[in-house]
Design a binder for this molecule. Structure first.
Ligand code: PEP
Ligand code: MG
Length: 585
């Protein structure tokens, strides 16, 4: 038995078999071959090309039946690469002339091919680079006789263990078959963590996966409460963890789903508790948990894990469905936040040194109105069928907000000219997730209908801590006095300008911070659907006056540790015997 400690990012305990997804990096051996070995190398090349082709055909069929024909078209480009005679001739020539092994010759030829394409002044061909690199990896894996991973193939309940799960992989995960996730990369607000929490499955990140997955199919335990992974558990520890799992499942159920939608503090301050979703299927969970609508709909997940951009019509139908199903509650549709760790195969993102500071969210949208406008038009049209609000991510200052609103106005004009129905006076909110936005929040508030504080990013940008880097995860502290002060400034600026301020970052779902956020004057908590009952319960336990005192004191403290210690003691004082029950899980 081996116990490995990582970072707990999604609560719960799971026992199951490992489904290991290896690291993407390939190491390509370079060897000299003798004259007599050359025919053997060429034969291996042909064999690998045939095998790869068979595999791609199979994948194409499977994706076509699971996700539709359009999505399977991505593989056509892969097949073309495998059949490219110029490329194949070049590889054979290299093997013969330089007397090198097939893997190395293949990789070198592919690099040349890719470099040429990158320089071309043709968007379509440049975008094929990803396809070529993808298919080249497959061929190399065949040559090296390495195992392949195909998430669509997972048909039994497993624990996924991976170096990383990219958001595009997360988008096509066979969710019904996943018991838990374990990754090397990530932190509490990485998208793997957020997805795990919204699926209600345990997850641990920051694990050296090499230690965990000695064998595919090995039994492991994932303890998403304490961030522990147990490999090859003894019968005793299996029993112990089963009990732990039962206990927490029972405790979770002891916070009942509230009957009413509204939640009030003991002295009558009414607060809104809404839910965050990534996929329209989560609406059921939002409603079951009595959330007051959707405070954050992360639309970029519709763009991930597929080959083409969703059309305006497809987006319109999806947003309309959400608007209708959540009625009479409202939905805040956030325009797509791609870039950072969420890259689209449809776009050739150059590798950025610091992607979270790069071409992301509103920056990307303002540069690509061909992608931005169809989304805005779809939202405006869907808003006819429900209470739909729009929200822009990653706004760093007034100019960006004004530019985004200008595109929105252009879309309205176009729709009017086309005679299409849309909501003229749609509410427009600004996400406050960059420190510069906090500092100019008065200007932003004057031109917004509401604010939503994105603490996941606000914390990373304020404390200079990459939210997906497990090595600095210990520095990612929501209770940091700098973060509390920025939240206060944001809420104050909103209120001075007579607009409401909500929070849709993970901090709003954390019971430890609910009282201090009430005290700072937050109007709306948009949380994981499963956390709604708990946050509502906490709101009902405290008065606004008490919370204001807690916030005042917390703001005077010097470190995150002191803030957390103080908030824990206040929670204990107010919740008394219910403290353990409400805080865990
Ligand atoms: C945030 O940054 O807090 C947020 C809600 O947005 P995302 O996690 O999607 O970046
Ligand atoms: Mg964000």
């Amino acid at each position: 038995m081996l116990k490995v400690k990582g970072i707990a990012v999604s609560a719960g305990v799971a026992v199951g078999k490992v489904y290991y997804i290896g690291k993407e990096e390939l190491s390509i051996p370079k060897k000299k071959v003798s004259h007599a070995e050359i025919p053997g190398e060429i034969y291996r090349l042909e064999e690998a090309l045939i095998e790869t082709r068979k595999q791609i055909n199979q994948l194409q069929k499977q994706i076509s039946s699971d996700l539709g024909f359009e999505n399977a078209k991505i593989f056509e480009a892969h097949i073309l690469v495998l059949e490219d005679r110029v490329l194949i001739e070049d590889i054979i020539l290299q093997i013969k002339n330089r007397k090198i092994n097939v893997e190395f010759a293949f990789w070198q030829s592919i690099q040349k091919y890719v470099e040429t394409l990158r320089k071309l002044d043709d968007d379509y061909l440049r975008e094929r680079v990803t396809d070529i690199e993808d298919v080249a990896r497959r061929v190399i894996r065949h040559l090296l006789k390495q195992e392949f991973v195909n998430l669509q193939e997972v048909k039994e309940k497993v624990i996924i263990v991976a170096h990383d799960i990219t958001p595009s992989e997360a988008a096509v995960l066979p969710k019904e078959h996943i018991l838990a996730l374990v990754t090397e990369v990530g932190g509490r607000t990485s998208h793997t963590a957020i997805i795990s929490r919204s699926l209600g499955i345990p997850a641990v990140v920051g694990i050296n996966v090499g230690e965990v997955c000695a064998k595919q199919g090995e039994t492991i335990i994932v303890d998403g409460y304490d961030g522990i992974v147990v490999v090859n558990p003894t019968d005793r520890s299996l029993k112990e963890y089963q009990q732990k799992s039962d206990k927490f499942v029972k405790e979770r159920k002891t916070v009942p789903v509230p009957k009413a939608y509204k939640s009030k503090t003991t002295d009558g301050r009414v607060l809104t508790v809404s839910g965050n979703i990534e996929f329209p299927e989560e609406i059921a969970l939002v409603c079951e948990n009595r959330a007051e609508g959707i405070g954050l709909y992360r639309t970029e997940y519709m763009f991930l894990g597929r080959n083409e951009f969703p059309t305006e019509e497809e987006q319109y139908r999806a947003y309309q469905k959400v608007a209708k199903n959540i009625k009479p509650q409202s939905v805040i549709i956030r325009t797509m936040d791609i870039g950072g760790d969420k890259v689209l195969p449809q776009i050739q993102f150059s590798k950025e040194m610091t992607p979270f500071l790069g071409w992301r969210a509103i920056r990307f949208c303002l540069a690509r109105s061909d992608v931005f406008k169809p989304q805005l038009r779809a939202i405006l049209r869907a808003a006819v069928d429900g209470d739909v609000k729009i929200m822009f991510p990653m706004i760093s200052g007034l100019e960006e907000l004004q530019a985004a609103k200008k595109v929105l106005e252009e879309c309205k004009k176009e729709l009017k000219a086309e005679g299409k129905k849309f909501k003229e006076d749609i509410s427009v909110g600004t996400m406050i997730e960059i420190p510069s936005a906090v500092l100019v929040a008065d200007h932003l508030a004057a031109e917004s209908d509401f604010f939503s504080i994105g603490t996941n990013d606000l914390i990373q940008y304020t404390l200079a801590v990459d939210r997906v880097n497990e090595k600095v995860a210990y520095l990612y502290e929501p209770g940091h006095p700098a973060v509390l002060r920025l939240i206060k400034q944001t809420i104050d600026a909103a209120h001075r300008n007579k607009i409401w301020a909500g929070m849709c970052g993970e901090m709003a779902s954390d019971p430890l911070f609910v009282f201090v956020l009430i005290g700072l004057g937050l109007d709306e908590f948009s949380v994981l659907p499963l956390s709604v009952p708990k946050v509502k319960e906490l709101i009902r336990q405290v008065s606004f006056e008490e919370s204001k005192k807690i916030a005042e004191k917390a703001l005077l403290l010097g470190t995150a540790k002191e803030v957390e210690k103080f908030l824990k003691s206040e929670l204990k004082k107010i919740l008394k015997n219910d403290y353990e029950k409400i805080l865990r899980g």
